[in-house]
Write a protein that binds this ligand. Structure first.
Ligand code: F42
Length: 146
């Protein structure tokens, strides 16, 4: 298991996020990791500037083999840095349980966003509170399998 950042891989500077990420890499599964009783998935992204590989855990929002990714950052007023990484490099990987698949991410808008936002809040009710905390519309990416 990679213990520290370096080379082409960078881990989150936030300790609890880094620990959850390294647990997934060490055990080979996202199973057993929950926040407020909800499961997570692990994204592999490319840094917008550096091109380095970055792991980003997010809540599991799944429907019919497709996923949504919610750039909530706990209701902060700015997008998480990884939002910009996905916009720059939308071809990403997602690990759910032991399975890692490749997807292309795109921002959802209008009715499609509404539909997925409801699924997201059902999967992780705190998203609704996060949206109330900020004036920005929290971005939601839909992942299409590729
Ligand atoms: N965050 C969410 O937004 N939504 C979720 O559903 C979510 C769930 C979740 C579940 C488990 C868990 O452990 C964490 C979870 N998080 C969730 C937190 C998420 O993983 C991120 O930690 C959080 O959203 C903050 O993201 P961030 O990208 O803003 O993080 C900062 C602290 C960070 O890591 N910064 C890096 C740094 O080194 O400062 C980013 C560096 C980076 O990406 N650099 C780019 C590059 O090219 O390498 C360039 C950036 C640029 O400026 O162009």
């Amino acid at each position: 298991m990679p213990e520290a950042s370096g080379g082409d891989v960078e881990f989150s500077p936030t300790e609890w996020v880094r620990e959850q990420t390294q647990k997934v890499l060490a055990t080979g599964t996202t199973e057993g990791i929950e926040i407020q009783g909800s499961p997570i998935v692990l994204l592999t992204l490319r840094g917008a500037r550096t091109g380095k590989r970055r792991y980003t855990p997010v809540m599991r929002v799944e429907h019919g083999g497709r996923y949504a990714v919610v750039a909530s950052k706990g209701g902060a007023d700015e997008h998480p840095v990884w939002y910009h990484n996905i916009v720059a490099h939308p071809e990403i990987s997602l690990q759910d349980g032991e399975v890692t698949r490749d997807f292309t991410a795109r921002i959802a808008e209008g009715a499609e966003r509404e539909e997925w936002w409801e699924r997201a809040v059902a999967a992780f009710p705190a998203y609704a509170e996060y949206q109330k905390k900020t004036t920005r519309t929290i971005p939601l990416f839909v992942l299409d399998p590729r």
